[in-house]
Design a protein around this ligand. Structure first.
Ligand SMILES: [Zn+2]
Length: 439
């Protein structure tokens, strides 16, 4: 691969090595990229276009996009991708919208995909009007993940204004289904049925604002809704009959006896419950939603296995301990969330690009794990990371969510992630490249 990419950029990486330690070796690819005239022109264009990015943030934030109801925002974003200058702009069968920025390499070759998710956690009817106080913009969903959608548009305009040519095609995506019940349906479609599924060499999800935080671990999760049913009856007159609530309670108690490792981080929770008929009735139906997570596919599998053993055992215990003359207790299990775990090696080029891009801009990069759209490609062995869009933000997933678009940190973060994108796509014509430094 290296010889084919002469004229393009590679970098070595020192994930956690501070900038000072870099002084010894020859300039890395990233330093050469940043020193390049085209790159500088792109960053200058990004600077000039910063106000337009903020305008787009407000426009998009004020179009509600609840889970499974992203269509209105998707349509608006489709037009914005087209206006920004991308080609082959389209919406796929799952509702993802995307556009291509052609590189100079062979058509149909390996490409780089960068995505931001269209959906927010907020249900229909939520007031999404943006409130401004100085550089602080507040509205539900404005940070997670609407800012990133607008930043991607800013990248397209800046790269065109600076006439940057990349070797690889770049696919810009606004995907559906990242939040909660969406269960990664957008990226799942992209990598299993989408027309570009076999071409994506590197995947980047832009989610969150912190440009020094590089997510290379995907916290997988398995979520179930268990509905316990029984005959029900009068709480006084039918006392002694089996009670689905007792079975459910036993299940929760046994669930909380499961031992899980601290490393790899593995967690579980009995989270949402409901059901019952009336206070003076033995219920005939109650439910519980369970969340299980781990950065390790193996540990997640082990935890799920224990969970699946506990449910029937709790039901059987209840049917043994009370009368079943009016019917037995049963438990119905429904998968309501399935996000695969996975990771991209810290030593992989894509992760090194991101770490080096952050250090080169004076940030102290860190590697971490989280549950993001990158989980899906990671679980398929495709190098994937989640990176920040710049600026500051807070109170994600709450009604008083905010972002701060103060230009200094906003532009810096945007520049860091743009650098990672360009390193992955390969920038043409910005000088020869030395062999990457190995540490
Ligand atoms: Zn998000």
């Amino acid at each position: 691969m290296r010889s084919a990419l002469l004229g393009f950029l590679f970098l070595t990486a020192a994930a956690t090595v501070p900038a000072a330690a870099k002084a010894a070796g020859p300039a890395t690819g990233i330093e050469q990229l940043i020193a390049g005239s085209r790159y500088k022109a792109a960053v200058a264009a990004l600077d000039r276009g910063h106000d337009k990015v903020i305008e787009d943030i407000v426009t998009l934030t004020e179009i509600p996009a609840p889970p499974f109801k992203e269509q209105a925002r998707a349509k608006a974003y489709l037009n914005m991708l087209r206006e920004a200058g991308l080609s082959e702009v389209e919406m796929d069968a799952e509702g993802n919208v995307m556009g291509l920025r052609r590189g100079t390499g062979p058509a149909g070759g390996p490409m780089v995909a960068i995505a931001a998710h269209l959906d927010t956690v907020f249900p229909e009817g939520t007031d999404v009007k943006v409130r401004r106080e100085g550089t602080r913009l507040s509205a539900p969903g404005i940070g997670d993940d609407t800012r990133s959608l607008a930043v991607l548009l800013g990248y397209v305009r800046a790269l065109d204004a600076a006439a940057v040519k990349t070797n690889r095609d770049i696919l810009f995506i606004g995907n559906v289904g990242e939040e909660g019940p969406g269960d990664l349906r957008g990226v799942r479609y992209l990598f299993t049925k989408g027309k570009y599924k076999d071409r994506i060499k590197y995947f980047m999800s832009m989610d969150g604002t912190d440009a020094a935080r590089v997510v290379n671990g995907g916290v997988g999760s398995k979520r179930y809704r268990v509905t316990f049913k029984g005959p029900g009856g009068h709480s006084y007159g039918a006392f002694g009959l089996v009670n689905p609530m007792a079975a459910m309670s036993q299940a929760v108690l046994d669930f909380y006896k499961i031992d899980v490792p601290a490393e790899p981080k593995t967690t579980y929770s009995a989270s949402v419950t409901g059901g019952g008929t009336s206070v003076n009735s033995i219920p005939h139906e109650v439910f519980m939603e369970f969340d299980m997570r781990s950065v390790s596919p193996a540990e997640l599998g082990k935890l799920e296995k224990s969970f699946l053993g506990i449910m029937p055992a709790a039901v059987a215990a209840e049917n043994r301990s009370r009368s079943t003359k009016e019917g037995e207790v049963t438990a119905e299990l429904k998968v309501i969330g399935d996000r695969p775990a996975g990771s991209t090696a810290a030593s992989s080029e894509l992760v090194q690009y991101a770490l080096e891009a952050a250090s080169a801009h004076g940030l102290k990069p860190s590697l971490t794990s989280s549950s993001t759209d990158s989980n899906l490609p990671m679980s398929l062995g495709i190098p994937a990371i989640t990176i920040g869009s710049g600026g500051r933000a807070g109170r994600a997933h709450s009604l008083d969510e905010w972002i701060d678009v103060e230009k200094g940190s906003s532009l810096k973060g945007m520049t860091v992630s743009l650098t990672t994108l360009l390193a992955a796509a390969g920038v043409e014509g910005d000088g020869p490249r030395p062999a990457p430094r190995r540490r």
